[in-house]
Design a protein around this ligand. Structure first.
Ligand SMILES: [Zn+2]
Length: 322
């Protein structure tokens, strides 16, 4: 059931997408049940799920092959939410709490990340053909915490909403000037998202005559409850909400969890730490274990690996790649 459906309303210039991730989300949710040895408040997990479904919705509208990275840089108990989605339908997600921070279980997203209005919401678009530094850094950062956020495609806006959907709607309005509405829900089992977007006419402007259609589709979608979003299969949800409308579903694609971490990327990260630092850790502990914060895969480097990393000649290094 990890699927994303795109649709159009034939009589209006309104498009939509609905995504539901079950198995793929449950995998991620399980990995984040505990954070630094303590149970994670479900409200934090659910916000990460909503961000994941929203990321998949936005990534499915990219006009290039590549990745969409969403980060909430939190001022509050949650330091960071990161969701990375590929236009092909894969995603990964992680979060970071401030050390020792606790999140009340009724905390809103704003409570978690927007103390003193200092939260920031960043969206980074990384086309595949931008094989440069930005993408390498985004991919190899130890989890999201060190991911580079200095790409030319990045938009950062102040955090201005109580909800994930609200924050994204504001972002879309500010940066893309596309009227966009989102309805999101997540629990430990699944994450679901519905997106509606008003299409510009041929001249690039929203057609005045379509305002009624746009308003009407929003009103219909506004009737959906969190329980319905989580309980109903996507096609049934669309039927219930828009049964009077001529809705044309034209594309369905699979979504999945996929991590892009590799031993080579972790090695690159250790190189950036420098040989002095790495040797000091090796002297103290015997080996270095780096765990991917997205998928929990462990990468172990011992003294022999470290020598290969820092002292291999370019020719030898390229041989070990194959
Ligand atoms: Zn990984």
């Amino acid at each position: 059931m990890d699927t994303l459906i795109r649709f159009l309303f034939d009589q209006y210039r309104v498009r939509g997408q609905i995504v539901r991730i079950d198995a793929a989300w449950a995998q991620v949710a399980r990995r984040h049940q505990q954070h630094e040895g303590r149970d994670l408040a479900p409200t934090v997990r659910d916000r990460l799920g909503e961000l994941s479904s929203a990321g998949l919705l936005l990534a499915a509208s990219l006009k290039f092959d590549g990745a969409l990275l969403m980060q909430i840089q939190g001022a509050g108990p949650v330091a960071l939410f990161v969701v990375e989605c590929e236009s092909g339908g894969s995603f990964r997600a992680t979060l970071k709490l401030r050390p020792g921070a606790t999140v009340p279980h009724d905390a809103s997203l704003a409570d978690m990340v927007n103390r003193n209005d200092a939260g920031r919401f960043a969206v980074t678009l990384v086309p595949d053909k931008a094989s440069g530094r930005e993408r390498a850094q985004v991919a190899s950062g130890q989890g999201g915490a060190r991911a580079s956020i200095t790409s030319p495609y990045q938009g950062i806006v102040p955090f201005e909403s109580e909800t994930v959907a609200g924050a994204l709607e504001r972002y879309m309005q500010r940066s893309e000037q596309i009227p966009t509405r989102l309805w999101l829900a997540a629990d430990g089992e699944r994450a679901v998202g519905l997106l509606l977007q008003r299409l510009p006419d041929e001249g690039g402007q929203p057609a005045a005559s379509d305002a009624d259609g746009w308003n009407r589709m929003q009103r219909l979608a506004d009737t959906v409850t969190r329980d319905e979003l989580l309980a109903l299969p996507p096609d049934e949800l669309l039927r219930r909400l828009f049964w009077q409308e001529s809705l044309h579903a034209f594309d369905e694609r699979a979504c999945r969890f996929a991590c892009r971490c590799t031993r080579d990327k972790v090695g690159d990260m250790l190189k950036m730490l420098g040989s002095d630092e790495v040797e000091a850790i090796l002297a103290e502990r015997g080996d270095i274990e780096v765990r991917c914060e997205y998928c929990n895969q462990a990468y172990r480097f011992d003294v022999v690996d470290s020598v290969a990393l820092f002292h291999a000649t370019p020719a030898a290094a390229s041989r070990t790649d194959h």
